[in-house]
Design a protein around this ligand. Structure first.
Ligand SMILES: Cc1cc2nc3c(=O)[nH]c(=O)nc-3n(C[C@H](O)[C@H](O)[C@H](O)COP(=O)(O)OP(=O)(O)OC[C@H]3O[C@@H](n4cnc5c(N)ncnc54)[C@H](O)[C@@H]3O)c2cc1C
Length: 459
């Protein structure tokens, strides 16, 4: 196997697949290849068992500022529009109610302020405050057995897209492969990338490839590859694995709890599985691990490559983990994966959403959960939330913790604009057609004919 291409994309998760789809369908780039080390597309973090299957709009995520919510919203609408356009049979997604729940005076006040004062009500026209009776109608188990003296308020929206990002990535790759310009190589691991006079040479387990420009969308491995080429020197990763617990038929849609103060990782939430509404999933947990892929000890070396074993990395870890709130949280999260005692320790998180849940109702989801490559800024010794993009000389690296799947098409759009510049505008991007295919298909509040937020059985 070998080849010379205008553009090579490394990594076939939802990020690489979104970029392949965007460039194949909406540019005139003449030759594009995608290289994926696994035998299947989207087998790592984008697989539906490994992430929370949420399309993050920023409406119920109380860990987002308004500014972050505005950014994420456009990306989510692009992906939602793609699904509306290409998944009429709901094989890749479901659409259900979703809400963020406030319990007690303090939380209720916070949620009211967020909605009325901080601009979230205006930004999300479909989001509405609902009280105990309506919460009970949508999600009976959220109210059942809950202290009646405690105030309850939820912000609810029917825009609860539950997404199988793996299936979505596969659909994008299949559509891209219809174009003559595209080749997809699975089972092809990139081993080294070398800059040449007119682009890059990529050594892989399947042979050598050459390209003018490259995009590395290799998830947790992107920073490792970037460092080998001299980029991202002020960054290391804090890999955070997430596990899930399963219960039978607890929730009809998605229920978030309010973000815990000062915690950098999203609050635990519950939702119905994308493909089987009778399975309710709770999580994710947040466990610090020294690997770049879940359960693959062979990636310890990759983690150490990124960590670099230098003083700045150790001091940054020390500074972040010394936090009075974060340290106990990280330690507690180590317990959740232990048999029995882990389930017992996790139960209170489930009871925050479903108060009547007992130990017999939940079990740890074996084999579920991926790794979020959280970014550490070693210059400031701080934890940066969200994704990162490094733009180099005719090369882009995408590092994609949550909400990387939700924003994958927006990222792809931005990368495609950069690629056109890399190619000195020899190729063009039909952004209007891209927008029409994606965000153009997103249903707006004013388009809704059926205001009933209780979804029919749509699995
Ligand atoms: C527990 C958890 C919950 C999450 N929940 C959500 C959520 O609800 N919503 C959301 O938007 N996001 C969520 N995320 C984040 C989301 O899963 C990721 O942002 C997204 O899957 C990243 O996609 P990706 O394509 O960039 O990376 P990946 O899916 O990891 O894909 C990278 C690909 O690159 C390949 N690769 C790596 N190295 C090489 C190499 N050397 N050669 C060839 N191929 C290579 C890998 O095999 C892999 O297929 C969650 C993540 C976790 C772990």
């Amino acid at each position: 196997m070998s080849g010379k291409y205008d553009l090579i994309i490394v990594g076939g998760g939802i990020s690489g697949a979104s970029l392949l789809y965007t460039t194949a369908k909406f540019t005139d780039i003449e030759s594009i290849a995608l290289l994926e080390k696994e035998s299947e597309i989207a087998a790592i973090n984008s697989d539906h068992t490994n992430n929370s299957q949420t399309l993050h709009f920023g409406d119920i995520e109380t860990n987002y500022t308004l500014e972050k919510a505005e950014k994420v919203k456009e990306g989510a609408e692009m992906l939602a529009g793609y699904l509306e356009n290409h998944d009429a049979d709901r094989e890749m997604h479901s659409k259900r109610s979703k809400m963020v729940l406030a319990v007690g005076d303090d939380e209720v006040q916070k949620l009211e302020d967020r909605y009325h004062e901080e601009g979230f009500g205006d930004l999300y026209p479909k989001l509405r405050p609902i009280e105990r009776d309506e919460i009970a109608e949508l999600e009976p188990k959220v109210v059942e057995g809950r202290d009646p003296s405690k105030d309850l308020l939820a912000l609810q929206t029917p825009d609860g897209y539950v997404v199988d990002y793996g299936a979505t990535a596969k659909s994008m790759v299949e559509q891209a492969k219809e174009e003559a310009s595209v080749d997809v190589y699975t089972g092809t691991e990139v081993e080294d990338i070398t800059e040449t006079l007119d682009g890059y040479t990529i050594g892989t387990s399947g042979g050598r490839f050459d390209c003018d420009v490259a995009v590395v969308a290799a998830g947790s491995h992107s920073l490792q590859i970037a460092k080998e080429l001299g980029y991202g020197e002020d960054m290391v990763l804090l890999p955070i694995a997430g596990s899930f617990f399963l219960a039978d038929d607890f929730l009809n849609g998605k229920v978030y709890t309010l973000q815990m103060k000062k915690l950098p990782f999203a609050a635990v939430h519950g939702d119905a599985d994308v493909h089987d509404g009778s399975i309710t999933r709770f999580g994710p947990t947040a466990k610090l691990v020294p690997t770049l892929e879940r359960g693959r000890f062979s990636t310890i070396g990759d983690f150490l490559d990124v960590f670099g074993l230098n003083l700045a990395s150790f001091l940054s870890y020390g500074n972040i983990l010394a936090d009075r709130i974060l340290l106990p949280y990280v330690l507690k999260n180590l317990v959740y994966d232990l048999p029995e005692v882990g389930t017992k320790a996790f139960l209170p998180h489930v009871q925050k959403v479903v108060p009547s849940a007992t130990l017999d109702d939940i079990e740890r989801a074996e084999g579920y959960g991926g790794v979020r490559p959280q970014i550490v800024d070693t210059a400031n010794k701080s934890l940066d939330m969200g994704e990162a993009k490094l733009v180099g000389d005719d090369i882009i690296f995408n590092i994609t913790p949550s909400p990387g799947a939700s924003t994958s098409l927006k990222n792809a759009m931005q990368d495609t604009e950069t690629l056109v510049e890399f190619f000195d505008e020899d190729y063009s991007f039909d952004e209007e057609a891209f927008r029409e295919d994606t965000i153009g298909q997103f249903p707006r509040a004013e388009d809704d004919v059926d205001p009933d937020p209780v979804p029919a059985d749509d699995d």
